[in-house]
Design a protein around this ligand. Structure first.
Ligand code: NAD
Ligand code: ZN
Length: 359
């Protein structure tokens, strides 16, 4: 299965396969990289590095650098140590970084590639469902103590190679995290896929290869289409933010690592759906959707200690905010997103209703 991402700066393929990484071998051979630097994390390396290494061409000159798992990978000190390693290993401008892991490794390794010698090639080999989102679009970043993803660059990979076999070892809460982004993609652009998901997936523990390929493929196509039109996020790309205005606030309120990104986004999706009903008369069974999410193991809770005043202040810090007015991605219908300001009283009303439901 192949998708082509076409941006102003570059076009490149995404491959998804339940069989293996055979395309990776060919691509590395064709591109004649002088050296490969595989960046992986402490969890993914022991589980899957052998599979990745066995897909590298026999003659490939490669080194492997292992970083801490999760957000710890995106620290400035880790970034610097990757650069030191790359210099010590003699990577040059024709070398290539392979990001082998989830979104955190992808963001870090992508930023290393974006900045090493003013930018070298990189390949994304994602190992999480969430990475169907993060591996496409060319945003790379590390964190600053004062804010997540505050230091970064747009840098498109040469290719994305998804082998669904890697996902089999993903813990269920990480599957839930990535699946929420897939639901988001379906909500903004593919009502049929959403129906398929809601009618045929009642447990995330036993997604079939066929379902996984379909969900990842459509999710990446949708993201790729949006990114092709608006690579640097000056307009349309904001629709990918559905569910994230409140989602980010919940993630920050609980503390990063206490919940997964996607689990917080799922609450944000339900909030955005209720707002869409209130503001745009969206016709959509939000109750049924919420029950489905609960059945899949999402907690769907706004943290008890999070007051509306704090949530509103957090929403004002969102990047979509203009003149202190938070803006939301809403749906006129599934597949028809719009970006809109919402009256503060409606925001509070819906927020309090959702909080009540958790009691
Ligand atoms: P992650 O890379 O932290 O992976 C989650 C956890 O799963 C980690 O502990 C990791 O070691 C482990 N893991 C990864 N693959 C595994 C496997 N196959 N089996 C078992 N364990 C595995 O995070 P993620 O959820 O993939 O991505 C989140 C990150 O992505 C965040 O840093 C976020 O900022 C970033 N992100 C970036 C973009 C973008 O456009 N660049 C978009 C969305 C999210
Ligand atoms: Zn997200």
């Amino acid at each position: 299965m192949e998708i082509i991402v076409q941006t102003k700066t570059k076009h490149y393929p995404i491959y998804i396969s339940p069989e293996g990484l055979e395309k990776l071998t060919n691509l590395i051979q064709q591109n004649e990289y002088t050296k490969l630097l595989v960046i992986t994390d402490e969890t993914v390396g022991p589980l899957h590095l052998d599979t990745l290494l066995s897909a590298l061409p026999k003659e490939a000159d490669y080194s492997v650098y292992t970083v801490p798992s999760g957000e710890k990978a995106k620290q400035m000190a880790v970034y610097e140590s990757c650069l030191t390693f790359a210099l010590q290993e003699g990577l040059d401008r024709k070398s290539c970084v392979i990001a082998f892991g989830g979104g955190a490794v992808g963001d870090l390794a992508g930023f290393v590639a974006a900045t090493y010698m003013r930018g070298i090639s990189f390949l994304q080999v994602p190992t999480t469902i969430l990475a169907h989102d993060s591996a496409v679009g060319g945003k790379t970043a590390i964190n600053h103590p004062l804010g997540k993803n505050m230091i970064g660059a747009f840098h498109q990979p040469d290719a994305v190679m998804y082998y669904t076999g890697f996902i089999k070892t993903l813990p269920e809460h990480e599957i839930r995290s990535g699946f929420a982004e897939a639901v988001k993609h379906a909500l903004i652009a593919d009502p049929k896929l959403l129906n398929m998901m809601m009618s045929s997936i009642d447990s995330l523990g036993d997604l079939t290869d066929e379902q996984l390929v379909q969900i990842l493929q459509r999710g990446m196509e949708i993201k790729a289409n949006v990114v092709s039109i608006d690579e640097k996020e000056s307009g349309l790309r904001a629709i990918l933010n559905l569910g994230h205005t409140l989602g980010h606030v919940i993630e920050a309120s609980l503390g990063y690592g206490k919940t997964t990104h996607g689990e917080a986004v799922m609450v944000g999706l339900v909030y955005a759906l209720h707002l869409s009903r209130a503001v745009l008369n969206l016709s959509f069974p939000v109750g049924k959707f919420t029950n489905w999410a609960i059945q899949l193991g999402y907690t769907m809770e706004i943290p008890k200690e999070l007051t509306f005043a704090e949530a509103y202040a957090g929403m004002q810090r969102d990047k979509k905010t203009v003149a202190k007015q938070p803006r939301f991605v809403l749906l006129e219908a599934p597949g028809k997103p719009v970006v809109k300001e919402v009256d503060k009283t409606i925001l509070e009303e819906v927020f309090q209703q959702l909080k009540q439901q958790n009691k």
